[in-house]
Every structure is written in structure tokens, then in C-alpha cells.
Ligand binder design. Sequence first.
Ligand code: MSP
Length: 656
Amino acid sequence: MSSCHKAYITTPIYYVNDIAHIGHAYTTIIADTLARYSRMTGLETFFLTGTDEHGQKIEESAKARGKSAQEYADEISATFRNLWDDFGISYDKFIRTTDADHMKGVQKAFKVMYDNGDIYKDVYKGHYCISCETFFPEIQLVDGEFCPECGKPTTVVEEESYFFRLSAYEEKLLKWYEENPECILPKSKRNEVIRFVEGGLEDLSITRTSFDWGVKLPEELNDPKHVMYVWLDALMNYVTALGYGTDEAKMDFWPARIQLIGKDILRFHAIYWPAFLMSLGLEMPKHIAAHGWWTRDGEKMSKSKGNVINPKEVADAYGLDNFRYFMLREVPFGGDGDFSQKALIDRINSDLGNDLGNLLNRLIGMSGKYFEGKVDSGNVSKYYQAELDEVEASLEKLEPLLFEMQIHRYLEELWRPLTVANKAIDKYQPWTLMKEGREEEAMALNGLIAAILAKVSVMLSPVMPEICSKIASALHFTIDNASWNHLCKAKGVLETFTIEKIPPLFPRIEEPLLVQATPEDVPAKSKKETKKAEKQETKKEKQKEEGVALIGIDQFFQTSLKVGTVIKAEEVPKSKKLLLLQVDLGEEAPRQIVAGIKEWYSAEEMLNTQVCVVANLKPAKLMGYKSEGMLLAAKDEDGLCMIRPEKPKKPGTPIG
Ligand code: MSP
């Protein structure tokens, strides 16, 4: 079993029905940061990521594209792997659930659970959401039909199925949560899980017979029509990656030190996964850490809204390390975060440029001006022990913060030494020291600043590896286990060296660098942007004067028009004009649309009818209700009528 010299860190494995967005990048970057930190501090580290490739959802996505499931999975899995390689993600293994040894390991696990009496055969009757790959009892459904998680219609399933005796693990799970207050982080999430389990657990259906794309049952069971439930298959990756059921050489990395997940998949990881492990006689992971959800300018990201952030584009435009810093610093772990270019630019200009970059520039300037670039730390503690103590006090707090998943606090605390350094320059004024002939003190001040920069760049390197190694090379050292030991663990300072002049690390950013910019992205004082907006306004005015302007077909296609079905309709209280509609556009969740049609249509008349929707309008608020689209209607002196498809069409069918 894993000793304290080993650290096993995992991300969820990503579904191959979509390409990576910033949500996926966030999980992976946090895990990469933890893995880099572990390695730097001398722990034997194994960092796992990969792709989740089986299940009905993937089978259907592949079919829709005219590909075999394997072909499709190969293609998308490679896009994830390429992105992580591009980002320098330091994974030790990239697992795919279609790997032969993974599938063998899952079959072995099934057999062990079957043999110990935890699996039995029965008939499953209930509802299944293909999009969430989750079974729901009728009582949880919205309006008796729709998935409580994503809002899509569920399918009624009645089929022979093997079940896992989850109910038998209720007490044991509660005991585990009780005895390990930090098993689920943040702690608020642990309480959520406890409440859920206390509400009672039903046995879990773990095989399906209505599709084929999955791991078959172990041959001994002689039941070829069943494939395994995708979540059983997927969760097992965390141990099959270490060789469970095949070559078990790496199993001594188990139990995992940290398993990172998003809050949406907490139930699977905090209930099913530990129960499976208990059944297999394996240890529990040390921590399951659930992060929050990223939105874009306050909106859920989705392909249909066209507001999905491509992490590669952000990293290319703003710098990979800056993007990493932003994601980890901006949001308290566990909370939801909003991506806007403005927030990113502010972090780069302020924290990185003003505090960190500027300090290095000051040191380059001071040492160049007074000592021909030489920095000698010999007398730092003679003159600046108080400052050193303050710095060390901050550094000591860091490691616990990181492993309690308080990464934003880690970075906040790591900025204190930079403040100490900047303040020391302002207070002791090297130019005054030099004027007064106190050269030794001035040199020691340079030594202090260099030592602080060195310590900070070592501790920041897991988050910003490339930038920190540039700072280190300007200061003539390398970031590794030895320098971490000397500078951080043993509280040492740097050897004498001559500083390297390097170009500014964080040139100021004045305006958004991505085309997808929205008004929220514009930094406070961007004159260029204001001018551009004014120009556009004048152009609009002109168009008004000249009547309706002609547009090209490209411009027309910028509007996304779709057929939708009204699945819920009600009046907006206190409004004469507005109806509040939930419209199914074939997306994960229905869209809420506030429509000014009440004078012509009642809520009952709208219910279950089809409408035409402008699907990529920026959301707006009407009488306090968010509206995520607009209905097409025609209005003249006789009143208003809806524009509808002539024949019923599937929700989400494009118009145009
Ligand atoms: N395949 C399952 C996980 C199986 S693990 C045994 C899965 N895959 S996923 O691709 O849908 O999601 C993977 C991770 O990405 C989840 O942790 C999820 O929380 C995260 N995110 C997906 N969208 C996200 C945001 N918009 N913001 C933050 N993270 C989000 O679930």
C-alpha cells in the first residue's frame, strides 16, 4: 500500500463526446500543479488522466457522425491528449477505457464483487438519462419525464440487469465520512454527501443490455448480452491504471492522495466509488476534492450558445502560465468561477506585472546600477532578519494550504513575500544607502530581494513552471528538489551571482486579445475600444437613416435560429405582457425565455407548441427573469402571431 513517500493524483477521465474546454483544463491544471509540487518536494509521484470512451452517449454520438464508436473515440481521445501535451501537462499515464488491460481489470473487479456476493441479477425498471449516463427513480424526474440534472427527456428502461448491493454499504460509508473529516473536500461537500447517504441508498444497476459499446462481463458469468454500466467501467480506471487485475506492480501507489473532480460528479466519486473499493477490499482514497463550475460572463457554457471557451485559444493569446495562474487564483476551490477576459487581464497586469514582474525589474535595475549586476546574499540576515522572518512565516503556511485544496489562498499567501520585498525597497531606499556610503547594506538589500524572488519562484513553479524557470535562470539557479530543499525547506538564500537582464515577463495588456470579446471583457480604460464602439454606433445610425441595410449570407448565418418545444409556460407575476417559458432546444437543459406575448397568447395556449427561437442572443433580464433567447413572431395592426414550423420538428432543428 502507498507509503507517505508516494503521491497518486488523478483527474476524472473525460468523455470523448466533446472537445476540451476550460472546465476540463481547470481540473487538469490543478492536478498538474499538485503533481509538480509533489515531485519537487521529493515524493514519488504518479499523475493519471485519460478519456472515458464507452457508453450509450458515445455510441450515439459516433453513429450521428457516421463513424464507428472506436474510430470516433480514437479521434476525440487524441484531441485531449494533444492538448495536454501542448500544455506540458506532466501526466505519467494517459488511460483510455478502451485499453485492453483496463477492460481486463474491470472484468476482474466485477468478478471479485460477484464472488463476494455484492452483485446479483434482477430486472431494472426505471428511467435513464443518456446524456448524464444516470438512472433516476420516477420520483426524482421533472414533470414525470425530464432529467433532474440536465433537463433532457429520459428514456424508460425495463431490462434484465445486474445490481450492486449499494444499500449494504450505507453504514460503512457513513463511518468512513465520520472518521475522515477531510475525505471529501471542501468540507461543505462532505456534509452534502452525508445527508444524501443518510437519506438511504438503493442498489445500483451496473449492467445494460440495450446497447453494445462497453466492457463485457467476465466470461465465467456466461452472459454475453450484458455490458457494464459506464460509470463502473470508468471509476475503475483509477486502479486499473496502476495495473489492478493485470500487472499489479504499481498498485503500491494506491490509495490516491488526491482525486480531483468537478462538483457534478461528486455522487459517483464519494458514494459509488468508495463502496466499490470496500467491496474489492481496497483502501479508501485520502481525499476526493470537488471543484466548482466555470461559466462565461455569468452564463453556462454550451456549444449552442457559442460561448464555450477554448483553453488553447486563451493560452495562446495570454500565455499558458498566465492562464494557469488566473484559473487557480481567481476562484476559491469548490466555488464557481466566471471567465471574463477583463478578470484575466486584471490579474496579469496587477498581480503578475505590478507585483512579481516589477520586483524582478527593480532588482535588475538596482544591481545593474550600483553593483554591475552582482548580487551577494552574504549579509542579508545581518541587516534584514525581520523581513526574512516575515517571508519564512508566509512560506511555512503554504504546503498545508495546497493539500487542503485552498489553492487560491496558497497563491494569496505566496504574494505576501513580494509585498515584503517591495516595501523593503521603498523603506530602505538603496539610492539613499548608496549616497550615504552604506554599500554593504545596499548589497544585502539586493540579496534579500533576490532571495525572496527565488523562494517565491520555487513555490510558484508548480503553477507557473515556464515563467518561474525564467526567473530562476535570471537569478542563476535551477528549480528542482535540491533548490526547494535549500531555499524553502532549509530557509537558505542564494549564492553570489551576476543577474541576467531579461525582457519584461508580463508586458501590460491594454485590450482583450481574443476575438470572442464581449463588453464585460473590456478593461476599464481602453481608449481604442471606446473609439471602436463609437464608430460602430455611428455606422448603425447611418444604417437606420438609409433604411434596412443589405447583409451577406455569412452575416445571416451568424444568427442561430432553431425549432423549440415549449415544455412549461406560466405568467410572469405582475406583468401584463410577459410569459415565462421553458423551451426545449434539444440541449442539456431547457432554455428559459421571457416572451412579450401575453396579450395574444395564454400560457396554456403556448404549452406543448413549437416555436422558432433566436438561439444565440446574449441573455437579458426582464422583470428579474433571465431570458435566454427570443421567439420569432409577426405583428401588424391586427395583432401578433407566432412563427412556427409547418410540421413538428425535433427540438433543436436548425432553421435557415
Ligand atoms: N467521464 C466522466 C468522468 C468519469 S471519472 C471516472 C465525466 N466526464 S466529463 O468530460 O463530462 O467531465 C469531466 C470533468 O470536467 C468533470 O469533473 C466536470 O466537472 C468537469 N467540467 C465539465 N464542464 C465544466 C465546467 N464548465 N467548469 C468546470 N468543470 C467542468 O464527467
